[in-house]
Design a protein around this ligand. Sequence first.
Ligand code: SAH
Ligand code: SF4
Ligand code: F3S
Length: 442
Amino acid sequence: MNQENKSYLIKTYGCQMNEHDSEKLAGVLEDEGYQPTEELEDADIIILNTCCVRENAELKVYGKVGQLKNLKRKNPDLIIGICGCMMQQEDVVKEIKEKYRHVDIVFGTHNIHHFPKLLKEAKEDKNPLVKVWEESKELIPEMPVQRKDDHKAFVTIIYGCDNFCTYCIVPHVRGREKSRPLENIVKEIEDLVADGVKEVTLLGQNVNSYGKDFEEEIDFADLLTEINQVEGLARIRYMTSHPRDFSDKLVETISQLDKVCNHFHLPVQAGSNKILKKMNRNYTKEEYLRLIEKIRANNPDAAITTDVIVGFPGESEEDFEKTLDLFKKVEFDMAYSFLYSKRTGTPAAEYDEQISDEVKKERLQRLMDIQSDISLKKNKPLEGQIVEVLVEGESKKDPNKLTGRTCSNKIVIFEADRDLTGELINVKINRVQSWTLFGDLV
Ligand code: SAH
Ligand code: SF4
Ligand code: F3S
C-alpha cells in the first residue's frame, strides 16, 4: 500500500476499555501502512477516542477538537476522526456535526470494527462521515491489535454493563453485557505469552458477571482457573469487579491461583446505605465490609483499592461521614475519588437535592486527606522488604530511574544501570510515600 511516511496519532480519554479500543484502531492504521507519531503537526490522521463518564472528560475533548481546527486549515488533507463513548450520545454527535465541521469521521463504540471501511471512505470523500450504529446482538468481531507494551496486555473478557448504577452513563454508551467465549480468550492469551507478554489485564466493566449470558455454567472463577494454566504467563489482573458479584467461590479460587495478583479493586462508591440504595449498587456498607473481611481472611497480604463518589444527590453530611467511617474501617491501599458529575440521561441527574460544587469539593478534600495518611500507613511495613516488580520502563518523574509495579499494583521507582523493561526483578524497598515505593535492585 502506498502509505509510506503517513503518520497517525490517537489521543485516548477514559478507561482501559478505551485504551484497548485505541490499540485496535492503531492495529487497523498500521495494517494500512501508517506510522505512529506523537506530534499533532506531523499526523496525517488524528483520532480522538472519547470518554463521557464525567463532565470534565467531555470538556477536555471539546477543547481538543476546537484546537484541531487550525491544523485542518493548514493541512486540508488531514483526516480528523472522533470515536468512543461520547459519540454514542445523540446530542453530542449533533453538536459535533453542527459546530465542528472540520471533523471528517464520527463513529461510536458499537461500530469500531467498521473503522477500516470508514477510513477508506473518508480518504475518497471530503464530506464528513457520521456513522454511529445501534448495538448489535453479536460480539464485536475480532480486530488486529497494535499493543502499547510488549510485556503486558489488555484482554477483553466481557463487553458492556447491565448494572445501571443511577449516576453512570457507561451502560448507555457501551451497551449490554456480552461475554467473549472462553476459548477465544485463552487462545489470545496463549498467543500473547508466545510473543513475550508476562502480564494480562482482563477487561470488563463488571468482570465478575462473566459467563452469565452463556448457556453453559461458566463463571469468572472458572475463567481465571483456565487462564492460570497458561504456561509462561506470570501475572493475571482484572478490571473492574462489582462487590455484589464477588462470590465466596471467587474469593477462594483467587487465593488458590498463583498467577492472579493479590490486588482487589472493589469500587465501593459510598458508605451510606441510603446513598448506596439510591445509586442502585445492590449491597450495603455491612455487606461490603464482610466481603473485605473474607478477602483478607483468604489473602492476608491483599492490597485493596476502591472508587468512591462524593456529593451524590441527597448526600448529607451524615451520609458523607459514613463514607469516611468506611474508609477508616477498611483502610484501602488506594482510592480513586470523584466529584459526582451529572450525566444527562441517567436517573440521578433528575434527582432533587443536587449538592453544590463547594460542598462536594470540601468533602473530597477531607476524604483525600484521610486516605493519603492511610495509604502511607499501609505502605510503611514494606520498608526493608523485597518485592517482585514487573518493570514498565523509565520513570516519568525521574528519567534516570526505572519504574514498575508490584503484584499488589504499587508503583516502585528504582535505579538500574541497564534497561530492564518487561523483566520481573526483585527490589528492596527503602523508602515509601502514599502512592509510590522507592528501592534498590537486589
Ligand atoms: N465499571 C467500573 C468503572 C466505571 S467508571 C465500575 O463499576 O466500577 C469508573 C468510576 O467512575 C466509577 O467506579 C465511579 O466511581 C466513577 N463514576 C461513574 N460515573 C460517575 C459520575 N456520574 N460522577 C462521578 N463519578 C462517576
Ligand atoms: Fe457504571 Fe455501575 Fe456499570 Fe460500573 S457497574 S460501569 S459504575 S453502571
Ligand atoms: Fe469513559 Fe467509556 Fe470508559 S465513558 S470510563 S471510556 S467505558
